[in-house]
Design a protein around this ligand. Structure first.
Ligand SMILES: [Mg+2]
Ligand SMILES: [Zn+2]
Length: 225
């Protein structure tokens, strides 16, 4: 079979060597590299700390039936899919921080919670959103095992879940926002140094727009209308 590929595409012929250019031109000239910074210059610098959005799970993203853990019980709260899509289109990383004391109470297992979370993450993707990571607290004051009872540092209103994610993902907490349906969510967010917003259950996408306008106004792209 004759090679009909043009010269300009020759350097792409090896799938595992896409960075290998077959011609001798440099990637950029010195003159080009010394001109005023362009937006692309920022892309090759080491990633700076950025703000993120921390979301409570039950009764913020999904409807809470009380110790919700069955995939069949999954249902979005009003506006949640659009909120996740909005954050993603603006390049804002979304994390879930959730108390799952039902594990400590042995109402459900960590594996059941994981299956529910996997389903939520998949549904978020179908809605155009993206959940970067999920942190949960399995402890509960009435846990079956004393070892699963607080104090633990991670059960909201403690800030441990947010602090752990911030360390793991290099998040600027002072530029971040916590959204939840309970005072304990807001307290955890504030204790971590974040802004905090109560979701009243009516429309999470409306709240997402407010948060983006107030705290992520310089974020890229997206339809902010
Ligand atoms: Mg909640
Ligand atoms: Zn805990």
């Amino acid at each position: 079979m004759p090679d009909t590929r043009s010269n300009t595409k020759r350097w792409l012929r090896h799938p595992h060597e896409t960075a290998l250019r077959m011609d001798s031109r440099p990637l950029f000239s010195l003159d080009e590299s010394m001109t005023a910074p362009s937006p692309k210059d920022a892309d090759i610098r080491p990633p700076a700390q950025r703000g993120a959005v921390f979301l409570d799970r039950d009764q913020t993203l999904n409807i809470d039936h009380g110790y919700t853990h069955l995939v069949d019980d999954f249902a979005w709260m009003p506006g949640a899919p659009d909120a996740l899509s909005l954050f993603h289109r603006h390049g804002i990383a979304c994390f879930i921080v959730t108390n799952q004391g039902g594990i400590g109470r042995e109402i459900f297992t960590a594996a059941q919670m994981q299956a529910f979370n996997d389903h939520l993450v998949a549904q978020a993707g179908l809605a155009g959103g993206h959940i970067q990571d999920i942190a949960h607290c399995p402890h509960h004051p009435e846990a079956v095992s004393p070892a699963m009872r607080p104090p633990c540092g991670c059960r909201k209103p403690e800030p441990g879940l947010l602090l752990g994610l911030a360390a793991k993902w290099n998040i600027d907490l002072a530029a971040s926002v916590m959204i939840g349906d309970r005072d304990s969510d807001l307290a955890a967010g504030r204790a971590a140094g974040c802004h905090a917003y109560m979701f009243d259950g009516t429309d999470l996408s409306g709240l997402a727009r407010q948060v983006i306008n107030r705290h992520f106004a310089d974020s890229p792209g997206g339809d902010n209308a």
